[in-house]
Design a protein around this ligand. Structure first.
Ligand SMILES: Cc1cc2nc3c(=O)[nH]c(=O)nc-3n(C[C@H](O)[C@H](O)[C@H](O)COP(=O)(O)OP(=O)(O)OC[C@H]3O[C@@H](n4cnc5c(N)ncnc54)[C@H](O)[C@@H]3O)c2cc1C
Length: 416
């Protein structure tokens, strides 16, 4: 049976981010070509941001014929607004995730996320991706106010799950890092990168392995038992055995569900800091509080600070908030790390997706098994994008693995 669906327009790149981030300098966006006729391929990847790049690179390295379609400039959607803290720690703590799903399931999700960061690190190293990727520890610090969440309890749960990291009380946090908060967890296995260079680098590798990148908007799909026919804005068709949707926060209605919502987030990058302006070992810092502040350094000595999320959906209002949000982020940086010169050289905003359980949406679109979704949302969205690339490759190969249900689009949240 043939199922036909149309893709509504959805937010464009200019609706998803505003302002300027310090990414992509000296990089080159791989070139794409217009589509001049209908074509056939093994896999059509819709969207050429970091998610589509990871999927395309991985599938083409497995000798699949891949076409990547982007209606605008690949990488310049949400990927260019990311602060690219590459974390295995998930927006929901292990304690919170255990409350939702039970300890065993929550621990297995955390272990998968840790393994994904290991896989991403190996990939960047093997491909020699020039994307300012640096392995970093994380410092998960107590919020500035007294918190009900105990990081010691989180530490114990993580240790029980076999996850690495140390608990630092107030005095060891101050002695080792000069940060004045009640407690923190210090963990290995994270990294930072330039997200745009990473995305373009991966696209370059996909193209070198035979993938084709085309300028086209996908406006609809005819889903059949063996093939999907994707319709483009200029009236051609791309016939594929599978389609991967990697359209970021421009999510088609037939995928969207109650698990997911979009908010706004803000970030700044300071100018290069003097030596003492940076904290020891460039740890990626984030707060254990609901609307968390986070901070990282860059390979050229800047500090990137983000947070201040709000519910604004209108792109003009979001963009108009950048100056006032930047001032708040400067003040919060000065409180967190008084040695910094907090003035922002770059400030930007972006639409930011969240799910109720902090987990991504990865897997077949219900009732359309040949269309696979890769939506890696949240503060570790890029780690989830990597996870999606590996999981979807297994699904396309017909290799049914344990754990696919954890991120399914039609999962029932909170079944613990
Ligand atoms: C301010 C901010 C900070 C963040 N910080 C972090 C962080 O520190 N760590 C982290 O891991 N994640 C972070 N994230 C999340 C992360 O950036 C996102 O998960 C990631 O960028 C999403 O990438 P994507 O490729 O899925 O989407 P995008 O980069 O938006 O790419 C989607 C592409 O699809 C194309 N497209 C859409 N519809 C169609 C269509 N119909 N036809 C053809 N093409 C189409 C678009 O043109 C676009 O290029 C942050 C996000 C924001 C906004």
């Amino acid at each position: 049976m043939l199922t036909s669906i149309e893709m509504p327009d959805g937010p464009e790149q200019a609706d998803l981010r505003a302002g300027r981030a310090p990414w992509g300098y000296q990089g080159r966006r791989p070139s794409s070509e217009p589509l001049a006729q209908s074509i056939k391929t093994d896999v059509l990847v819709v969207g050429g941001g970091i998610t589509g790049s990871m999927v395309a690179q991985h599938l083409s390295s497995r000798n699949l014929q891949v076409v990547i379609a982007d209606r605008e400039r690949p990488g310049l959607g949400s990927t260019a607004a990311s602060t690219a803290m590459l974390l295995w720690e998930i927006d929901k703590s292990l304690a919170q995730l255990s409350e939702l799903y039970g300890f065993e399931r929550a621990a297995s999700i955390y272990r998968r996320s840790l393994a994904a960061m290991g896989g991403l690190t190996k990939l960047v190293t093997e491909l020699r991706l020039d994307c300012r990727f640096v392995q970093r520890p994380t410092l998960y610090i107590a919020g500035p106010e007294a918190s009900e969440r105990s990081l010691l309890e989180e530490h114990r749960l993580r240790a029980r799950a076999g996850l690495p990291g140390d608990y630092l009380d107030q005095s060891s946090l101050r002695t080792n890092f000069g940060i004045n908060r009640a407690e923190s967890l210090h963990s290995p296995g994270a990294a930072e990168a330039d997200p745009l260079l990473m995305s373009w680098g991966l696209l370059g590798h996909a193209i070198a392995s035979g993938a084709k990148m085309i300028d086209a908007e996908i406006t609809g799909y005819d889903h059949g038992a063996q093939r999907v026919h994707a319709v483009t804005d200029n009236g051609f068709e791309i016939e594929a055995r599978h389609v991967v949707l990697a359209t970021g926060y421009s999510m088609p209605d037939f995928v969207d569900n109650d698990l997911h919502r979009t908010v706004s987030s803000y970030a700044i990058a300071t100018g290069p800091q003097p030596q003492k302006g940076l904290w020891p070992n460039g740890a990626l810092i984030w707060e254990a509080s609901e609307d968390y502040l986070y901070a990282r350094t860059t390979s050229d000595g800047r500090i990137v600070v983000g947070g201040e999320d709000d519910d604004i959906m209108d792109p003009d209002r979001r963009s108009g908030k950048i100056p006032s949000k930047a001032r708040i982020l400067e003040e919060k940086l000065a409180q967190l790390w008084p040695a910094a010169q907090p003035a922002a050289e770059y400030s930007w905003s972006g639409a930011f997706g969240e799910t109720v359980d902090g987990l991504p949406l990865i897997g077949p679109v219900p009732a359309m098994p040949r269309i696979l979704a890769a939506y890696g949302y949240g503060g570790n969205g890029i780690t989830f994008s990597f996870m999606a690339s590996r999981m979807l490759a297994a699904m396309i190969a017909g290799d049914r693995q344990d754990g696919f249900e954890l991120f399914a689009l039609d999962r029932t949240p909170f079944s613990a």
